[in-house]
Design a protein. Structure first.
Length: 75
């Protein structure tokens, strides 16, 4: 792609979106990527926290419900 093509694309985008919306459209992919990375990090931390709590309680106690009954997972 030549430089003249890039200039034409920028001019068309400027005419279509205007000078106010163009910077917002440029920030949108970065913000979306940042939010999805943060969400994945939060989810991984939650999994690690849950695994740590189950290991701290012990395998037999972790298998018991709130009423002290043993919960047998279905296959």
């Amino acid at each position: 792609m030549k430089a003249i093509h890039l200039v034409a694309i920028v001019l068309v985008a400027l005419v279509v979106f205007g000078t106010e919306q163009l910077p917002q459209l440029g920030r949108w992919p970065g913000r979306t990527f940042s939010k999805s990375r943060q969400g994945a990090r939060d989810m991984a931390d939650g999994f690690k926290e849950e695994a740590g709590q189950q290991n701290a309680v012990g395998p037999k106690a972790a298998a018991r419900g709130a009423a002290g009954r043993i919960i047998i997972p279905s296959s």
